[in-house]
Ligand binder design. Structure first.
Ligand SMILES: [Zn+2]
Length: 479
């Protein structure tokens, strides 16, 4: 009996050790991509190896990824039948698959969220959503590595993290449907480090050739302004992709931030405009201001667009790039346009936010959100006797609470704001104005700031207290 019991317990122990080994192996079961392309940058060939159990299927973020997918194959060469995704459930442990993606043109068949390929002289930018087939959810125990094999003297820019192994990148744990891009080929690259954040600037060639050094120095200046006016940007690495040849009167007609991996600023520029026009433009100030908030659901875009629209003038005024009078008058003009648009359309702020993504007007969304930021900033400063401000709430939020790997709602962000400053301020503002057609009421705020506002015109009063409150918002504390 004794022997039998011992044997049994050994058996259990052996089973547990075996189970432990399985778990240990699983814990290191990485996914490894090897990506290659020819010098014409027309096709990506991908080898994907699963060190442990393969996931059930691979998905890609763009609806057009299936159109761009040329095919997928097992190691044996047998073709994998595709059905809107790449089924991988039957792939043996430790095996690899191959697939190829056409990146020669920006397919736009099902996905209407903009082109997914940008080609310029010598380089191509591709949305990862078009070619990066990956598990829907990457378990915490698994890591994803991507290695690129590019033609000699070709460069790569990505929003993924560098690893200690040269040429191998690790995909950070942001959700698969957060867009991100890569740039491949010959193009200008420069690193700028500011307050602990590394900005990787990539500038593609165009016709005429853009002045890359001057553009990089412009980005460098913008970063310095935003960091000095608001605080440290809460990301260690930010990509800046500059695409020339935009046809417009403005220097930067299109700009946006993507959040897959590390954040990336996308700037479509008209390189024919004079450098001074770039220096005078607020677009990059606005885009950089977005980085002080985490990824927020697009249903609540009024919050992040409002915050960036507020800061685009506040930052430039604090940095002396705009007079404070002009900054106030620009804000008032924005509120005026937002009010008029809200009156004309009769939509609630949330409805207007939804319709903005169908290409409809956005002044109510941007400036309604900005008006709430101004109301909150003034209330905070008044109630706390200057101890609190919107700047401080944002800085403290980024220090304590900002989770960069998931989407937030406006309610979650604003509840955190209220908790941090100890006032019930931001959430009541949202409750009051998000679900109504009424543009935020600024009368009391204008009065506290000593401003008489008639339509789009503003007169600033001389009262010392009011002037001091205005200056606390629009001037640097040291000035
Ligand atoms: Zn924006």
């Amino acid at each position: 009996m004794l022997i039998a019991t011992l044997k049994k317990s050994h058996g259990v122990k052996a089973f547990l050790i075996w189970l432990g080994l399985i778990c240990a192996v699983d814990a290191q079961a990485d996914y490894r991509y090897r990506v290659s392309t020819g010098s014409d940058l027309k096709k990506l060939t991908v080898e994907l190896c699963f060190e442990g159990q393969a996931p059930e299927k691979l998905v890609a973020e763009s609806l057009d990824a299936s159109v761009a997918l040329i095919g997928a194959w097992h190691e044996s060469g047998e073709r994998i039948n595709l059905s809107g995704f790449i089924p991988t459930g039957s792939v043996p442990v430790g095996a690899c698959i191959h697939y190829q993606v056409d990146i020669s043109r920006g397919v736009q068949r099902h996905d209407m969220t903009g082109p997914k390929v940008y080609r310029s002289i010598g380089a191509t930018a591709v949305s990862n959503g078009l070619w990066f087939w990956r598990p829907e959810v990457i378990p915490k125990s698994r890591r994803v590595f991507v290695e690129f094999k590019l033609p000699a003297d070709y460069s790569l820019s990505t929003s993924w993290n560098l690893t200690e192994t040269d040429g191998v990148l690790e995909v950070p744990a942001t959700p698969f449907d957060w867009p991100s891009w890569i740039v491949l080929g010959r193009f200008f690259k420069k690193e700028v480090i500011a307050n602990g954040t590394q900005f990787d600037i990539s500038i593609l060639d165009g016709s005429p050739t853009p002045d890359a050094e001057a553009l990089a120095s412009w980005i460098d200046k913008e970063v310095a302004h935003v960091q000095s006016a608001i605080g440290e940007i809460p990301f260690s690495n930010v990509q800046v992709f500059i695409f020339p040849n935009a046809r417009a009167r403005q220097p930067v007609p299109i700009a946006y931030v993507t959040r897959g991996g590390n954040p990336t600023l996308h700037l479509m520029i008209n390189q024919r405009r004079k450098m001074q026009e770039f220096l005078d433009d607020w677009t990059v100030t606005h885009e950089l201001s977005h980085l002080f908030l985490p990824f927020i659901s697009p249903d609540d875009a009024w919050l992040y667009e409002g915050l960036a629209s507020y800061y685009q003038y506040v930052v430039r005024s604090r940095e002396g790039l705009l007079s404070s009078e002009k900054a106030w008058s620009n804000l008032i003009y924005g509120f005026h346009r937002g009010t008029r648009e809200a009156e004309a359309r009769g939509l609630t702020l949330l409805e207007a936010t939804q319709k903005m993504y169908q290409g409809e007007p956005f002044m109510q969304v941007y400036w309604g959100g900005a008006a709430m930021m101004l109301i909150a900033d003034v209330q905070l400063r008044k109630r706390s006797n200057g101890a609190w401000s919107l700047d401080r709430v944002i800085r403290e939020f980024n220090l304590c609470c900002m989770d960069r790997t998931r989407a937030w709602t406006a309610l979650e962000v604003l509840s955190s704001f209220d908790e941090l400053c100890g006032y019930s301020l931001f959430v009541p503002l949202m409750d009051r104005y998000a679900n109504t057609n009424e543009f935020p009421d600024l009368a009391n705020t204008f009065q506290l700031l000593g401003m008489v506002v008639e339509q789009a015109d503003v007169t600033l009063l001389d009262d010392a207290d009011q002037q001091s409150l205005r200056n606390k918002i629009m001037l640097r504390p040291s000035l």
